[in-house]
Design a protein around this ligand. Sequence first.
Ligand code: ACO
Length: 318
Amino acid sequence: MSFHILGTGSYVPPTVLTNDDLAQIVDTNDEWISARTGIRRRHVAADETTSEMAAKAAAAALENSGVEPEELDLILCATVSGDYICPNMACLVQRAIGASCPAFDLNGACSAFLLLLETAAAYLSTGRYRKILCVGAEQMSRILDWTDRSTCILFGDGAAGVVLEPGDNYLGSELIFRGSQELLNLPTAVGTFPGSRLEPQHPYVYMNGSEIYKFATRIVPQVIQQLLDKTGTAQTDVKWVICHQANRRIIEAAARRLKDIPAEKFLMNIEDYGNTSAASIPLLLDECNRAGKFQKGDLIVFAAFGGGLSCVASLVRW
Ligand code: ACO
């Protein structure tokens, strides 16, 4: 026994930054960003925090699920851009929505939402908890260097999540980890200890874009194929694929490699949101759920990659 998705919810801040708006901030243009990434606009939070967005997404997911906050047994959250390192975001969400259950965060960058599902599945299968809220939320705009055109054009802000109960619809997962900070990192502050011999750190997202691109185009189809092999699922059985929305070209490259899954089954909303890291997959899931895209029994593959380095895929029956 694992889980069944009871409902989904999301929230994005109202302010939209288009590629043309970005061209006013750094030396870039709509044509370059659209052609290289598929992103045309992203939402940015100017006057609300990550946990406030997370709480709004959580409330939407609870409403969609018909679950009251006091019914929750556990809140799991993921973010790399939380209001604080301590307290964790899950505790802030717990208070904001009026829940009283245990609440903690997992750190897994862009793969984190799938790690929340993996963790929730393990807890639910033990019978220890019966209702778990999982939320990914990011305020990437606060952790970017807005003078670095190679990163600031890629990301957006938002939050999304699901409510889970015990069920049989989490069919399997595949996790590939390769510990490395060289290609992608987000340093923490180093403090003011006068005796420190550590180099001062640049407290923004650092990414070697072309190496991450190569990593992602290779590893995403690999992890999906490994997941399908492990669960005895044919490519032709897959109804939808929800990939981490980092770059349209990465998703299209994965689709080309997985020849028996038609390209139109790879769902996308990157054009409107950019890369929202831990919120990316649940944001697209909620959008499609509310649009009535999924039928009961649909097999949905989720696939994410990110800082760690990590690449995670999971198979869910709707
Ligand atoms: N506007 C205009 N020109 C730009 C911009 C910009 N915003 N950014 C870079 N350029 C220039 C570069 O300076 C370079 O110019 P040069 O040839 O004169 O030196 C040229 O464009 C090409 O730069 P590349 O970095 O080689 O461009 P590339 O085709 O690799 O695209 C991109 C860059 C979009 C970042 C791509 O590498 C990519 O998508 N990588 C993966 C990113 C990703 O998936 N990140 C997710 C990480 S996990 C997480 O979500 C935290």
